[in-house]
Write a protein that binds this ligand. Sequence first.
Ligand SMILES: Cc1cc2nc3c(=O)[nH]c(=O)nc-3n(C[C@H](O)[C@H](O)[C@H](O)COP(=O)(O)OP(=O)(O)OC[C@H]3O[C@@H](n4cnc5c(N)ncnc54)[C@H](O)[C@@H]3O)c2cc1C
Length: 198
Amino acid sequence: MTAAHRVVVVGHGMVAARFVDLLLTYADRTGTAVCATVLGDEPHEPYNRLMLSEVIAGRASLGGLALPRHDERVTVLTGVTGTVLHRARRRLTTDQGHEIPYDTVVLATGAEPAFPGPALTPGGGVRSLRTLDDCRDLLAVVSRRAHVTVVGGGAAGPGARVRPAHAKGRGGAGAPGPHRPRAPARHERRPHRRAGRA
Ligand SMILES: Cc1cc2nc3c(=O)[nH]c(=O)nc-3n(C[C@H](O)[C@H](O)[C@H](O)COP(=O)(O)OP(=O)(O)OC[C@H]3O[C@@H](n4cnc5c(N)ncnc54)[C@H](O)[C@@H]3O)c2cc1C
């Protein structure tokens, strides 16, 4: 019997979750033995990041964003960051000092929010909306103060119009600040099926 092919996936966002789904489907179809370790630095199991702006808008709840779990071939490590790849030895070091051996490593680490200048860096009332925890913090903020200015015309920005239900105090009206997208919408809610495949 041949040993299972060991796949390590760094980052446990939507791309990682979809990749692991497809990997297992491929393994089942071809009779390939695989095992995967997926590590994500967020303290949560993977969730539908696209829906965070819907949560802010009051059209979805944080509890409903979890993505389906994988089967027993997959080990999920939450709150663990991949720090160093030892390519010659095919090992990944984590921030907890462990080394994870792999045959194939996949980097699915996503992107960081862009802050457009020194006046707009995190802190002092400036926040980004990338993670579930950002979303939770933002909900707490908008429930206290109604005035929110949204900077950025990408997928997360226009969708995140704060509903009155979340925006109590200071007059109580939901009040996202003026928003001027730089370009026409890049994608309508989700990428087109063919674009998604690409
Ligand atoms: C609020 C919001 C709304 C959006 N709406 C839309 C939409 O309507 N349509 C659309 O097409 N796109 C939308 N997007 C963009 C979409 O969510 C991203 O394109 C998608 O999540 C990218 O998936 P990913 O797996 O590459 O990265 P991510 O989802 O960012 O996942 C990467 C994960 O890896 C983790 N990570 C990074 N480095 C490490 C490391 N060294 N070790 C361990 N973990 C690590 C990150 O913390 C993160 O959890 C939206 C994004 C946001 C934030």
